[in-house]
Design a protein around this ligand. Sequence first.
Ligand SMILES: [Mg+2]
Length: 230
Amino acid sequence: MKYKHLFFDLDRTIWDFDNNALLTFKEIYEKYKLKELGINSFEIFYSKYKFHNNALWALYRKAEIEKEVLSVKRFELTLYDFGIVDKNLAEKIAYDYITLSPLKTGLFPHVYEVLNYLSEKYKLHIITNGFEEVQYKKIKVSDLNKYFENIITSEEAGTKKPEKQIFEFSLSKASAKPDESLMIGDDIAVDIVGAKTIGIDQVFVNYHKISHDEDITYEINDLIELKAFL
Ligand SMILES: [Mg+2]
């Protein structure tokens, strides 16, 4: 057996980030009566938020913005799109979002079955770019703690995927060598390219069946497929 260590991404690989965020947004939309403030369409509110959030995360990945700023700014800009200038409301929503969304437990299909199977044969770890307190909460509430030997966040590592330093940090923390390790993630640019850079084999979890021309060790559309070769 070639591999000893399996490194998983968390968001959008194991934890169903988009569906959990959607549920949280629906709660926030109701709680703050955003419809009465003039935000008539929940769908447009949510799509505006996603636009600003993605743009700010791109800056955060390049270390051009602090996480505390990102956390509030994404809501401030979304409200502003609807003519609402209210930093105080943005701060309240930001707090609620970061508090409530990690308590959601929506996971992708077969997560527990696959982790039960893999944890008997391999040492499992997580490498995630999320915020430390948020990621730990998600893992605990979703009852995933018991499967993972190490949970490495970009905050702890002081560097983010796809930078090679976070993978080196993770290998060192897990006492693992690149050629006995496998990175499993949903993001080609972040998980796959990053792992490849330091000689770790990769599994692309291609839930949305996107087409690409990246050379990847394995590709799957559902985590259950891992059992076929691991
Ligand atoms: Mg991901």
